[in-house]
Design a binder for this molecule. Sequence first.
Ligand SMILES: [Ca+2]
Length: 120
Amino acid sequence: MLTPADTGKAPTEPAGPNRADLWSRHKTSGQVLDHPSNGAARLADPRTLTGDTWTAAGRPLATSLGDGNGDGLADLWFTTTYDPQSQRSGDLYFQPATTTGWGTPVEIGNAGWGYIESLS
Ligand SMILES: [Ca+2]
């Protein structure tokens, strides 16, 4: 389960109540799903947040802390798996949301993140 912790809008989210939505992650595919919420009514059908290749194997952990770069859109943090070619044990990335999907991930934690059990 992922959940933006503030009122940042999800990528490509149309104008709405500007309240935090619930994000979840598909256990097998790793896709991130946005469940729009107005805070009181039953959740609407989720929509897949597109614009990047989400795989559970390639990005074992992901979370959203809300808007990390101050542009009003909720962003994503994720880890990568061990890479046998570079022999790195997993990195931490920040992936900014854009109005059309996802921006380019930026490495913010170098190696060792493959040993982390969860992010929140
Ligand atoms: Ca943002």
